[in-house]
Write a protein that binds this ligand. Structure first.
Ligand code: PLP
Length: 409
């Protein structure tokens, strides 16, 4: 078996690319024509895996799907316009009014907002502390269909009980959806904890360069879809492990149309080639910055699962190759967080994470502004909390930037 980077790097070429091209070319094309109309009908009726219309499939996007699939050791992957589109489309395609699902309370803010929209449409959700499997178990109801978690939560870095919830979902016949964005398949592969479906925002570490948005859902072939009532008869053809992902592609992309464009797919596929290299560097930079800040007298608290006093440190070391490249911190009370941020010269004040550049953001005033102070307090987000997404810069330059910014405070 070739290693992670070898397989990612050579996956296009092994797919027999046109003219021996090393990258899958960008198929800037909408519709596909056939000499024999029966061939077109076969595509529509699922007897052929050829192409008909780019909203649902495009060769450049298919090549990226195969790459993500190999990275996650899945059975099939569907790509979407963004990570949010991936989560929204998959859940809309699988859940029905009256269904219930349990979600981690420590969730990317926009996903929380999406799940509140689900609740308003009649698909109820209960948010729980997913660092504890018993909290998930207590929230289960007869109509619970699915459990949704992230690996490492952003921005306070809580680590989900991924193994415990995996076992619970297997025993209770629940769909287990793991958002792997924060770890990426290089640090962690949720198939190892029996995930049914995996979410990746390709915008973040997989793309890595901050030049394209995208998302993916990967089917792991672990869940028995023959026991799930919400699969339409049309998609119950052939291997049952593909029923749900076919419904997500055919119905989900048809109904919502949140399709990934071929140009973006190309950018994301090129970015994916260096995921392992970038992640090694980003995690090492995060660790060095965490050590510098944790020892600084102007810093009150640093949140990073690589620190021995982090509540889920043991779980982190057991499950992940590295503890991630994202951390957050609170300066001491006498330090104004905005003034500190404005003194940074190299680190970019920006949203996003997983970019090659180191990014900093005051979370309570930006990405967690809309949810209000009460919910922020529940999530442990202080007004002074600053989130850092470590990039690939030379570490001495990053430390020097924080040192000069804090030096004047
Ligand atoms: N999931 C997680 C854990 C994220 O952090 C994000 C974005 O930050 C998303 C999903 C959504 O991804 P996108 O921005 O590509 O819609």
């Amino acid at each position: 078996m070739p290693g992670f980077t070898t397989s990612t790097l050579h996956s296009d070429r092994r797919g027999g690319v046109e003219h021996g091209s090393l990258h899958k070319p960008i198929h800037a094309n909408v519709a596909y024509g056939y000499e024999d109309v029966q061939d077109l009908v076969d595509v529509f009726q699922g007897r052929s895996s050829n192409y008909s219309y780019t909203r649902q499939v495009n060769p450049t996007v298919s090549a990226l799907e195969a790459k993500i699939d190999a990275m996650e050791r899945g059975v099939a992957t569907v790509c979407f316009a963004t990570g949010m589109a991936a989560i929204g489309t998959a859940l809309f395609a699988l859940l029905r009014r009256g269904d219930h699902f349990v979600s981690s309370a420590y969730l990317f803010g926009n996903t929380t907002s999406l799940f509140q929209t689900f609740a308003a449409q009649g698909v109820d959700v209960t948010f729980v502390d997913a660092t504890r499997t018993d909290a998930v178990e207590e929230a289960l109801r007869p109509e619970t269909r699915l459990v949704f978690v992230e690996t490492i939560a952003n921005p306070r870095t809580q680590v989900t009980d991924l193994e415990g919830i995996g076992t619970l979902c297997r025993e209770r016949g629940l769909i287990y959806v793991v958002d792997n964005t924060m770890t990426s398949p290089y640090l962690f592969q949720p198939v190892d904890v029996d995930a049914s479906l995996i979410v990746n925002s390709l915008t973040k570490y997989i793309g890595g360069h901050g030049n394209a948005v995208g998302g993916a859902i990967t089917e792991m072939g672990r869940y028995d879809w023959t026991t799930f009532d919400n699969i339409d008869d049309t998609y119950k053809r052939g291997d049952p492990s593909r029923w749900a992902i076919t419904q997500i592609r055919k119905k989900g992309l048809r109904d919502f149309g949140a399709t990934l464009g071929p140009e973006s797919a190309h950018h994301l596929a090129v970015g994916a080639e260096t995921l392992a290299l970038r992640m090694e560097r980003q995690c090492a930079n995060a660790r060095a910055l965490v050590d510098f800040l944790a020892a600084h007298d102007k810093i009150a608290k640093v949140y990073y699962p690589g620190l021995p006093d982090h509540p889920q440190h043991g779980r982190t070391t057991r499950l992940f190759r590295h503890p991630g490249a994202l951390f957050s911190f609170e300066p001491t009370d006498d330090v104004d967080a905005f003034a500190l941020l404005n003194r940074l010269e190299l680190v970019v004040k920006s949203t996003n994470l997983g970019d090659n550049r180191t990014l900093a953001i005051p979370v309570a005033h930006t990405i967690y502004h809309e949810i209000g102070p009460e919910r922020r307090a529940e999530m442990g987000i202080a007004d002074s909390l600053i989130r850092i997404s470590a990039g690939i810069e030379d570490i001495d330059d990053l430390i020097e930037d924080f040192a000069q910014a804090l030096g004047g405070m």
